[in-house]
Design a protein around this ligand. Structure first.
Ligand SMILES: CCCCCCCCCCCCC[C@H](O)CC(=O)SCCNC(=O)CCNC(=O)[C@H](O)C(C)(C)COP(=O)(O)OP(=O)(O)OC[C@H]1O[C@@H](n2cnc3c(N)ncnc32)[C@H](O)[C@@H]1OP(=O)(O)O
Length: 261
């Protein structure tokens, strides 16, 4: 992914070896209609084709907005079949991010509401600036967070806080988002810069091992404890026999940085 590439409202570029920045730019609020959904899938296709992406950062070019959710203006003009089709498209974006063969970071400097927060929660990690605000206000529209929000928010902040946020449709400011675990890093500066700094902490380690960590953490929410520990053990064994552990262990003994793929 060396040269900047783009669709109508989503661009992507390689910032540094292994680090890709995907930028949303659909005025006025990055409403998640078909142009952005299709653009995100195109960016994922390009990253998979490149085969060298270790961290993908998703950010916004629009001041004050990360993404304001599904395109409400379109919602009033579509039938149930179209609603389902585009809901599936939105869910597929978040599910693809959550299982992608790279670590993803949402860099949020503005409003991440509804589907916008669901997009950020599809990412592995979240970084925000002090102006960021988060929420799942769908009940104000007579809807529910339908792109993974009711499933992923409780995993991040717990059942009670998730219900508080969704039932009140309130906005969560940056400081509270950090305090409750909705975001992983908060900065007084630029969210993208903070996300790039986090990416620089991630890139030197083994991506296969990091993806295995993400899989086993996700399994902890799906499996009984004993089965989860067995799954973790199987992941560990596979990394030891077929992964990059030999290089990591040898590098430590030889007192040099590991040279992972
Ligand atoms: C065929 C196409 C189909 C596309 C639809 C697909 C539907 C699939 C649904 C199934 C899956 C569900 C997924 C998800 O859970 C559902 C949702 O996300 S519902 C939406 C939730 N989001 C919101 O409710 C936020 C709405 N926005 C706001 O509350 C405010 O705009 C704000 C973000 C708090 C900012 O407020 P202000 O600073 O005052 O700015 P404005 O309100 O004036 O907004 C500026 C400008 O942007 C437009 N805009 C804002 N949000 C949206 C939006 N979500 N969709 C469309 N347009 C939006 C706003 O209208 C203003 O535009 P202008 O009037 O200036 O033209």
């Amino acid at each position: 992914m060396s040269e900047p590439e783009s669709t109508e409202v989503v661009t992507w570029r390689t910032d540094s070896p292994g680090v890709v920045v995907v930028t949303l730019n659909r005025a006025p609020a990055n409403a998640l209609g078909p142009p952005i959904l299709d653009g995100l899938h195109s960016a994922f296709d390009a990253a998979e084709k490149a085969g060298d992406v270790k961290v993908m950062i998703v950010e916004s070019a629009l001041p004050g907005f990360f993404a304001a959710g599904a395109d409400i203006k379109h919602l009033s003009a579509i039938d149930a079949g179209t609603f389902l089709a585009y809901g599936n498209r939105m869910r597929s974006v978040n599910d693809r991010l959550a299982a992608a063969p790279w670590i993803s970071i949402a860099a949020v400097d503005g409003a991440a509401l509804g589907g916008g927060l669901e997009l950020a929660m599809g990412c592995t990690l979240r970084v925000c600036g002090h102006r960021a605000k988060f929420g799942l206000p769908e009940v104000k529209l007579g809807l529910i967070p339908g792109a993974g929000g009711t499933q992923r928010l409780p995993q991040l902040v717990g059942r009670g806080r998730a219900l508080d946020i969704m039932l009140t449709a309130r906005q969560v400011p940056a400081d509270e988002a950090l305090a409750i675990g909705l975001v992983d890093r908060r900065t007084d500066g630029d969210a993208l810069a903070a996300a790039l700094a986090l990416a620089a902490e991630i890139v030197p380690s083994s991506l296969p091992a990091q993806l295995a960590v993400r899989r086993t953490v996700d399994a902890a929410f799906e499996l009984p404890l004993a089965e989860g520990i067995a799954y973790e053990a199987a992941q560990e064994q596979a990394l030891f026999t077929d992964g990059e552990a030999a290089e990591g262990i040898t590098a430590f003994v030889e007192k040099r940085p590991p040279n992972f793929a």
